[in-house]
Write a protein that binds this ligand. Structure first.
Ligand code: RB5
Length: 147
């Protein structure tokens, strides 16, 4: 899969670890920054990744900030983005099965490396269950306020 990644300064080290893991699993990674400790604003990185994903520049995205909260809020303002902040393998599995989450969100200051890699593998490998969950995703699009 072609996977887009972006983060703020609160998670650039974890993003790098995830990139190595994705590449070791033969995924193509497109890194949209940031790549150092200088303070940046998470909405800018969420917007960059979401616009690229919606333009078809990747199949899925991974976003990170200190807690994962701010960048989730930012990402979910883009219709068509279903960004899920996951803290464990159960939330990662359900984010795929029930929500067809096309963006995984992690907190660089809240989730350890081993946990993050476990979450990533589950999110990559779990298919969307469809059925009643597709109906709910359709409703989500219908209730979205645009403009
Ligand atoms: C940045 O200091 C921090 O606020 C950000 O990474 C994130 O945790 C926001 O939700």
């Amino acid at each position: 899969m072609r996977i887009l990644t972006a983060c703020d300064h609160g998670a650039y080290e974890l993003k790098e670890l995830l990139r190595h893991h994705l590449e070791s699993r033969n995924h193509a990674v497109v890194n949209l920054g940031t790549d150092g400790p200088e303070s940046v604003d998470y909405p800018d990185y969420a917007a960059k990744l979401c616009r690229a994903l919606l333009a078809g520049e990747g199949e899925r995205g991974i976003l990170l900030c200190g807690t994962g909260i701010g960048i989730s809020i930012a990402a979910n303002r883009f219709p068509g983005i279903r960004a899920a902040l996951c803290h464990d393998e159960l939330t990662a599995r359900l984010a795929r099965e029930h929500n067809d989450a096309n963006v995984l969100v992690l907190g660089g200051r809240t989730t350890g490396a081993a946990t993050a890699l476990g979450i990533l593998d589950v999110w990559l490998d779990t298919p969307f269950a469809g059925g009643r969950h597709q109906r709910r995703l359709d409703r989500l699009e219908q209730v979205t306020v645009r403009g």
